[in-house]
Write a protein that binds this ligand. Structure first.
Ligand SMILES: [Zn+2]
Length: 108
């Protein structure tokens, strides 16, 4: 909606090389693939998929490339390429329902 120009006037966004101290928060979304694999993805505050993974019934975990479609909308979709069945699984999520938190230090 109204991001892109935050604050007023001459705000300069730091590039990737900038030293932004702010911790980026992430939200994790979950879904189920048709093949019963459990799909998860981590989204940043712009709802861009940072990473995705899938866990099957035997608890085997594989990377599952995820991407966000319509990230700027309240209702957006996350697509996964399921590594177990190779389906492209698309699920809808509601932006306001996401719970953002600071990335935990690798709790597994
Ligand atoms: Zn699958």
């Amino acid at each position: 909606m109204a991001f892109g120009r935050r604050g007023s006037g001459a705000l300069t966004l730091f590039g990737a090389a900038g030293s932004e101290a702010r911790v980026m928060k992430v939200a994790t979304v979950h879904s189920r693939c048709e093949c019963q694999a459990y799909l998860s993805a981590e989204l940043d505050e712009q709802r861009v998929a940072l990473r995705g993974w899938a866990v099957d019934a035997r608890k085997q975990q594989l990377a599952a490339p995820a991407n966000t479609l319509g990230a700027e909308r309240e209702r957006f979709d996350v697509g996964w390429a399921c590594p177990f069945c190779t389906r492209n699984t698309l699920r809808s999520f509601t932006a306001s329902a996401l719970a953002f938190r600071e990335p935990a230090s690798k709790a597994s």
